[in-house]
Design a protein around this ligand. Structure first.
Ligand SMILES: C[S@@+](CC[C@H](N)C(=O)[O-])C[C@H]1O[C@@H](n2cnc3c(N)ncnc32)[C@H](O)[C@@H]1O
Length: 160
């Protein structure tokens, strides 16, 4: 089992969401943190590390599987303020990132059953990580998309 990415603080590490999962969530306008040499794209527009997607203006419906590391909460914070999109992060429910950006702010979460096998930029699927993942929806339409996605897991509405 390769868990090196989970421990890494190198934000250039590329662990890509399986495209078949993102497709279940509908069409996205922007992925603000996409690889430079992407084997597939999740959104109509894409920022890379060369653009520094964190400092750009975000627009439309966002899909965000942010770079791992200490700045992850900044990506979630920006998505929270934007209010329209879905994030994918590890289900570290005790963290600052979760408490400051998810529990009181997101519309819904979907804890994924099992472990996601992320892709490498080579286009090959990697091993399973050492942690579970969670999708986080901001905005009612995104909560609905999560709920109706058919992705195996446990959906929780946080704004009941
Ligand atoms: C965990 S990967 C996810 C990639 C893609 N969003 C996906 O889900 O398939 C995080 C990506 O963020 C990119 N990245 C890192 N820092 C960035 C920055 N400042 N602006 C834009 N992208 C960045 C990395 O190159 C990497 O491709």
């Amino acid at each position: 089992m390769d868990t090196s990415f989970e421990r890494s603080v190198n934000t250039k590490v590329e662990w890509l969401t399986p495209p078949e999962l993102v497709k279940k969530l509908g069409v996205f306008d922007l992925d603000p943190c996409s690889p430079i040499n992407a084997p597939f794209l999740h959104a109509k527009s894409n920022f890379t590390i060369e653009d520094n997607g964190l400092n750009k203006e975000w627009f439309g419906r966002i899909y965000c599987n942010p770079p791992y590391g200490n700045e992850m909460h900044l990506w979630l914070s920006k998505l929270k303020k934007h209010g329209n999109g879905i994030a994918l992060i590890f289900a570290r429910t005790e963290t600052r990132c979760f408490f400051e950006n998810v529990w009181n702010d997101a519309d819904a979460v979907l804890f994924v059953k099992g472990r996601i096998r992320f892709y490498h930029v080579s286009g090959l699927q990697g091993g399973t990580p050492g942690a579970p993942s969670v999708f986080i929806a901001y905005g009612k339409e995104n909560a609905k998309a999560l709920k109706e996605s058919g992705i195996a897991g446990r959906y929780l509405d946080l704004k009941l």
